[in-house]
Write a protein that binds this ligand. Structure first.
Ligand SMILES: [Zn+2]
Length: 64
């Protein structure tokens, strides 16, 4: 869980995208956007990875 500009060691987090509660054991991620602490649940994390992958054009080589 976020506390100030960091994370405590409770292992319980709230997703910053969909507000779902999740624990470290369920997956997801707690990281920093620059200095801003953010938490993403497993679903939003995989969605975000998909979005970044599309933005970067990864995996489109076979379309040539
Ligand atoms: Zn989420």
């Amino acid at each position: 869980m976020k506390s100030g500009l960091g994370f405590d060691d409770s292992g319980e987090n709230e997703c910053d995208v969909c507000s779902t509660d999740f624990t470290d054991d369920e997956g997801g991620i707690t990281e920093y956007f620059g200095i801003l602490p953010v938490a993403f649940c497993p679903d939003c994390l995989s969605s975000m990875c998909d979005m970044v992958s599309q933005l970067m054009g990864w995996g489109e080589e076979e379309d040539e």
